[in-house]
Design a binder for this molecule. Structure first.
Ligand code: PSU
Ligand code: MN
Length: 308
């Protein structure tokens, strides 16, 4: 989009605009994790804390959303609160974006749409909790998150704690390989499984330090290799949950979704809410901590990238 068209559709805060223009480190954040991934009001403290962590590392946070049809890079406190309350806040992935904007609606951005907005604003790094992927049974349902296609095409590196076991992690990684998306581990050989540090599936490269990730990103984009990268950053040991117990919980949540006949874009939010309920809030604490950990790593990577 040229500058004029960008202004027509998008509001970038002056702080973020200046940072991008002068090559300072900026980290994008998504809003679906707030509106559809975590309960209110716990998500309010989370939304503020994660921005604070990015600032403490010397980077600038840019939470993305669509508000009354305007694309937003950077939210005011009031706007952040509106996303957390989640009243009349839709969930927008790539296919929803033109509908939401044309109708002046308000929507939270998924990983896919946060990447789109980040890329429009000139932001290269984005921290989240977990990405969408190939759902279990996806070989029949064809339920494959648009997040994976976005990673193939949009030049943003996503730092996450892996993928939840509500997904088929093996097929998710196969899909990313086919689409040419580098999958790095942050000081791990194993792609992490969100609540747990290991999934049993390997990464393409174990990056020992943020500077190693920045160097790979630099080469990829210098070479004109389109698309993003995925960096799996395991949840800190002290907050990791038991693999077997979580597997059982997730099976229960999947059975509940099946019984309720939940479909399409409602499946992921349904499962997330169910898991929080089934673990009596334990999973929420882990979810928040792993996202903070990812924000810290993303900020450090962005800081290193800004030096190159
Ligand atoms: N996984 C999580 N927490 C989340 C999501 C996924 O552990 O909040 C959200 C992200 O915004 C992701 C979206 O982009 O769900 C994927 O939704 P779908 O599977 O409908 O593409
Ligand atoms: Mn889906």
């Amino acid at each position: 989009m040229n500058a004029e068209l960008l202004k027509k559709y998008m509001d970038i805060t002056p702080e973020i605009e200046e940072a991008v223009r002068t090559g300072k480190p900026v980290v994008a954040l998504e809003s679906t994790i707030l509106s559809h991934g975590m309960p209110y009001p716990e998500n309010v403290a989370f939304a503020k804390e994660i921005e604070k962590i990015i600032r403490a590392e010397g980077a600038i946070p840019a939470t993305m959303a669509v508000i009354d049809g305007r694309l937003k890079a950077g939210l005011t406190e009031e706007e952040l609160l509106r996303m957390c309350e989640g009243k009349n806040v839709l969930k927008a992935s790539r296919r929803d974006l033109p509908i939401v904007v044309a109708n002046k609606l308000t929507a939270a951005t998924t990983v896919a749409t946060t990447m789109i907005l980040a890329s429009l604003a000139g932001i290269r790094f984005f921290a989240t909790g977990g990405i969408g992927g190939v759902h279990r049974g996806g070989e029949d349902s064809m339920d494959v998150s648009a997040d994976l296609q976005e990673l193939a095409h949009t030049p943003v590196a996503v730092i996450c704690a892996g993928a939840k076991m509500i997904l088929d992690i093996g097929r998710t990684l196969e899909y990313l390989e086919t689409m040419g998306v580098p999958v790095l581990g942050m000081d791990t050989d194993d792609f992490p499984a969100f609540y747990c540090r290991k999934s049993g599936f390997g990464v393409d490269f174990n990056a020992k330090a943020p500077a190693d990730v920045a160097a790979i990103a630099k080469v990829k984009w210098d070479m004109g290799l389109q698309g993003g990268m995925l960096i799996g950053n395991p949840v800190p040991q002290e907050y990791a949950m038991d693999f077997d117990a979580m597997s059982e919980t997730i099976d229960k949540a999947l059975a509940a979704a099946e019984a309720a006949g939940v479909k399409g874009k409602n499946i992921t939010p349904f499962l997330l809410a169910h898991i929080v309920e089934l673990t009596g809030g334990d999973s929420l604490k882990t979810n928040m901590q792993l996202a903070y950990n990812n924000a810290r790593a993303a900020a450090r990577i962005a800081v290193e990238y800004a030096k190159l």
